[in-house]
Ligand binder design. Structure first.
Ligand code: NAP
Length: 657
């Protein structure tokens, strides 16, 4: 017997088998459970809302920063005991789930999960989003509920998607579902985007897989909580095949330019083929899915070209260079370096780490841990547990964490924080660093950030980074870099730090959206000239005078507290599909967002970003462009992006016949 599972369409999840495990086996599995979503999942599964015991709720203030949502040891024991008794009853009753709860009960379970009673958060607007995220009731609710064959069978609408990474594949899948012809143009030889290009040692996602995965292609069998690059690349390859879009991808082909014709109301897309020759494609619609973080930023340091040894960027890792026994200089201490430097410290003779600005580290004990078989058993045998776990992650790393980075204008900024909540996060993260470096107070002083948490990306750590810094064969350099010689890196104090190899963990040209492509819109306007280095787009998706041109992961759609960019892409793709539906339904040939709508949106985004720790702080980060404007980040809730992208408002657009 298997339990039919009406709430998933995932190609990775089969039918759920009944619970046949012994009491002891269930108890063992529960030792490894993520506890905050456990009672909510069981209440959902059994319909028994008495499981939602107020004394076993998470502390919303600590939930984002502490393991198990900050539940005490006693609370954890009580949650496990209650869950054990419930699962035994579920097993003995034939493993039959209760009918899905009514809206008011679902809302109660959701309120309990996030402890909105403590925060006063109104969770009712989240209800339809939750239904979608959990996929409850009818599977993939973000799939288009329309098809071109029924809507406008005689109208052709050809789409060119640029990029076969996470968001390009998603756009292709949805277009295929809606019956709209498309081609994906991909400069690399395979799918995967960032997960194809970043092959540095230690590369892994810093967002739990249950969150960093398509809502409609969930997996119960992730081998790790935070998958390594190879696992994610494999996931996106498998999705490509499951979606049936591989044959629509032109690999090794780079888009050089896209230009709009006012006469034909079509785009001309100029591409360079794998053999170097160029070709022109015609399209009614262009979707840019090129990502934000893929053009390496090489530091502008005097003398770099003189360096005699190998020097390469983390995103272009040179696997031919054997670092064993070498003196390696690593420039940068961002998300990439924090992952690869500890790996190379294991084999280098000596590692010198050049830190300009220290990162805040967020304690994550399971960062490198495999998913325990007990936890996997729960995902695979307890219907709805994996889905509630996804919601829990979504909340604690998204809207539930926003209070910690909002600016309180009345707060004394000289504290180095932006609000009481931000100060509390700062204290927690400071204590973590202090404990990890208790035996090295000298190091603690040098790696303690002086800017508010959230002003730069928080980096996950399970003790590995501080342990690396303490090694005898690792030197942390905090003096500014002056120049590079043939044999090493010289700091402002005149010291030469000798090196055989230099590795740049210096990040990406994040503000240079859509470069190096040329994009030309109405009347020949050039997109990069229009932006002047200050990229903006309505909802991060659409720019005035660029009709039928849509961006995914465009300006101001980056999320900062580690929410999943896949969520944003799913919202964006639905909105774009909504626009195409408008064109098909109304017969209009093109649509372009109105200037006033775009400008008002951009101003609101700027205002809101100034009230977030990343906008208020003057610390440098890739969230800001050369003008100091935050061009990357979404300053509002995840809910708001979802609401605003449900469907286009025709009043926002100029429509062309
Ligand atoms: P990054 O966060 O921009 O970090 C670049 C580092 O290089 C910073 O420490 C920066 O110092 C330093 N740097 C840059 N130019 C320098 C110079 N001229 N001299 C000295 N130091 C210099 O880049 P990243 O680490 O590649 O990460 C970028 C983003 O990619 C992340 O925030 C994240 O969104 C994404 N990413 C994600 C993962 C993941 O796990 N999912 C992994 C890697 C990257 P300052 O801080 O002083 O500027």
């Amino acid at each position: 017997m298997t339990i039919s599972q009406p709430w998933t369409t995932s190609p990775f999840i089969g039918e759920i088998p009944p619970v046949t495990a012994t009491d002891d086996e269930i108890a063992d599995a529960l030792e490894h459970a993520a506890l905050p979503p456990l009672l909510p999942a069981l209440a959902y599964l059994t319909g028994d809302l008495s499981l939602l015991r107020p004394d076993l709720q998470i502390d919303p203030l600590l939930a984002s920063a502490l393991p198990q949502g900050g539940l005490s040891e006693d609370q954890q024991r009580a949650v496990r005991a209650l869950a054990l008794a419930t699962l035994i009853r579920f097993r003995d009753g034939g493993s039959t789930p209760a009918p899905p709860p009514a809206d008011e009960d679902l809302l109660r379970i959701m309120q309990y999960t996030v402890n909105s009673a403590a925060t006063g958060e109104d969770m009712a607007p989240y209800l339809p989003l939750l239904v979608e995220e959990l996929g409850v009731r009818s599977g993939d609710r973000r799939a288009p509920d329309w098809h071109r064959d029924r809507l406008a069978p005689d109208r052709t609408l050809e789409v060119v998607i640029i990029g076969a990474g996470m968001s390009g594949l998603l756009a292709a899948h949805r277009l295929q579902q809606a019956g709209i012809p498309f081609v994906i143009v991909e400069k690399d030889d395979d799918v995967g985007g960032t997960w194809l290009e970043n092959t540095y040692p230690g590369c892994r996602v810093d967002n739990p897989n249950h969150n960093y995965s398509y809502s409609f292609a969930q997996r119960h069998d992730w081998p790790l909580h935070f998958s390594t690059q190879d696992v994610l690349l494999d996931y996106f390859r498998q999705c490509t095949d499951a979606f049936g879009v591989r044959e629509r991808i032109r690999f090794g082909t780079e888009v050089l330019a896209a230009s709009w014709s006012d006469e034909t109301c079509r785009w001309t897309v100029q591409v360079r083929r794998p053999d170097g020759t160029e070709e022109t494609l015609g399209a009614d619609v262009v979707i840019s899915a090129v990502g934000q973080l893929n053009r390496p930023l090489h530091p502008d340091i005097e003398g770099l070209d003189r360096f005699a040894g190998p020097a390469f960027h983390s995103a272009r890792w040179d696997h031919d260079v054997d670092l064993t026994g070498k003196r390696v200089a690593v420039i940068g201490t961002g998300a990439s370096a924090v992952q690869f430097a500890p790996e190379i410290a294991e084999r280098a003779d000596h590692l010198t780490v050049f830190q300009r600005t220290p990162p805040w580290l967020i304690p994550t004990p399971d960062y490198h841990e495999p998913v325990h078989p007990g936890l996997r058993w729960l995902y695979e045998h307890v219907p709805a547990y994996s889905e509630w776990n996804r919601f829990w992650i979504f909340w604690r790393m998204g809207d539930g964490a926003l209070a910690g980075v909002h600016v309180d204008p009345a707060w004394n900024a000289e504290t180095g924080s932006v609000s009481i909540e931000n100060e509390m996060v700062k204290l927690l993260l400071t204590e973590y660093l202090r404990a990890e470096l208790a035996d090295r107070p000298d190091l603690f002083e040098r790696v303690l950030p002086t800017y508010p948490p959230g002003a730069k990306r928080l980096l996950r750590d399970n003790g590995v980074w501080p342990a690396m810094l303490k090694r005898d064969d690792v030197t942390l350099v905090t003096d500014a870099i002056s120049h590079v010689t043939e044999t090493g890196v010289v700091t402002a104090d005149g010291t030469e730090h000798q090196a055989d190899v230099v590795v740049f963990g210096t990040g990406f040209q994040a503000s240079a959206f859509l470069t190096p492509m040329t994009v030309t819109g109405v009347g020949g306007v050039d997109l990069h000239e229009r932006w002047g280095g200050d990229a903006t787009a309505y909802l991060g998706i659409t720019v005035p005078d660029f009709p039928n041109f849509f961006c995914l992961y465009g300006p101001n759609t980056n999320i900062v507290i580690n929410g999943s960019i896949i969520y944003f892409s799913e919202c964006g793709v639905r909105y774009i599909l909504g626009c195409l539906r408008v064109l098909l339904r109304t017969g209009h040939r093109a649509m372009a967002v109105r200037h006033d709508v775009h400008d008002a949106f951009a101003a609101a985004v700027d205002d809101a970003n100034r009230l977030m720790s990343w906008g208020a702080s003057d610390v440098n980060s890739w969230y800001k462009n050369a003008n100091g404007r935050v061009t990357q980040n979404w300053p509002f809730t995840l809910l708001e992006y979802w609401q605003r992208t449900l469907a286009p408002d025709l009043g926002d657009f100029e429509l062309v016949d």
